[in-house]
Design a protein. Structure first.
Length: 265
């Protein structure tokens, strides 16, 4: 159980989440700590806490989006630095959990990268992980520590209600997101449809057919993330082919990568 004493707690916002950490510190009334981060000429990351953490409860906020490897390594090094500074408890808040899509072996000689990242966070010294709409719920089981995976569908449902969309249907873009889409559909008291998707390669997916009725309905595609947008484009095409009217997109994590690996806008 989390032992929270505001007077004995510190929040650290790393490279990807400084603004978020600042807002959380203001709202919670918890001290905002400072981490010194720099890089050596060869790209190695150097971190050092500028705040005392001895026997304190610490919250580290860091998304591990692009550049995923740099942001993940920074997080691991900060955890290690704090553990070596006699910290009391380390709670790691990862709004976007990188490598979550690689949660199982699709073929015989592949890595289960999500499990490896879980092992690395554990070895570094994290005591608790907090995520938001992690890509796969099974990743929670990869950790031998408490993991809180917070859900966004309540906030998304409120935003959708504010739009007052008539004749609404919720669509999951694949079978893996059915439980997520079903939860949103239940809150909105709307029908649910599922797109059967076949992945043809990295960042490539082909929508096959729809399970459910979207004829003459305004639909909302609900997913945890959008990376290159290929799945969404394919989903919109098949929804329109099956008689859907307006198509909206609701996602928690807008990664928005370009297919060629360059920064998208």
């Amino acid at each position: 159980m989390l032992n929270l004493n505001k007077e004995n707690s510190v929040i650290f916002g790393l490279s990807t989440s400084k603004k978020l950490a600042n807002n959380v510190a203001k709202i919670s009334g918890i001290e905002l700590g400072e981490i010194k981060t720099s890089q050596f000429a060869d790209g190695e990351i150097f971190v050092e806490s500028q705040s005392s953490v001895r026997n304190k409860t610490v919250f580290i906020i860091q998304s591990t989006h692009k550049p995923t490897n740099d942001n993940l390594m920074e997080l691991l090094l900060v955890i290690d630095a704090l553990k070596r500074s006699s910290v009391g408890e380390v709670n790691v808040i990862i709004p976007y959990f990188g490598y979550a899509r690689q949660d199982r072996k699709q073929e015989g000689r592949q890595a289960i990268s999500a499990k490896l990242v879980a092992n690395m966070l554990t070895t570094a010294g994290a005591d608790r992980i907090i995520t938001f709409d992690i890509h796969s719920e099974q990743i929670v089981g990869f950790f031998d520590m408490p993991v809180d995976n917070l859900k966004a569908y309540g906030l998304i449902a409120k935003s959708i209600n504010d739009l007052a969309i008539e004749n609404l249907a919720i669509v999951s873009p694949d079978h893996g997101g059915v439980s997520r889409a079903r939860a949103l559909a239940k809150i909105l008291d709307s029908p649910l449809a599922v797109i059967d998707k076949r992945r043809t390669g990295h960042n490539n997916a082909e929508s096959m057919f729809i399970l459910g009725d979207v004829q003459d309905k305004n639909v909302i595609i609900y997913d945890d993330m959008v990376d290159t947008g290929g799945t969404v484009v394919s989903a919109v095409d098949i929804l329109k082919e099956n008689g859907a009217k307006d198509v909206y997109l609701a996602v928690t994590h807008g990664v928005l990568s370009a297919k060629d690996g360059k920064k998208s806008h």
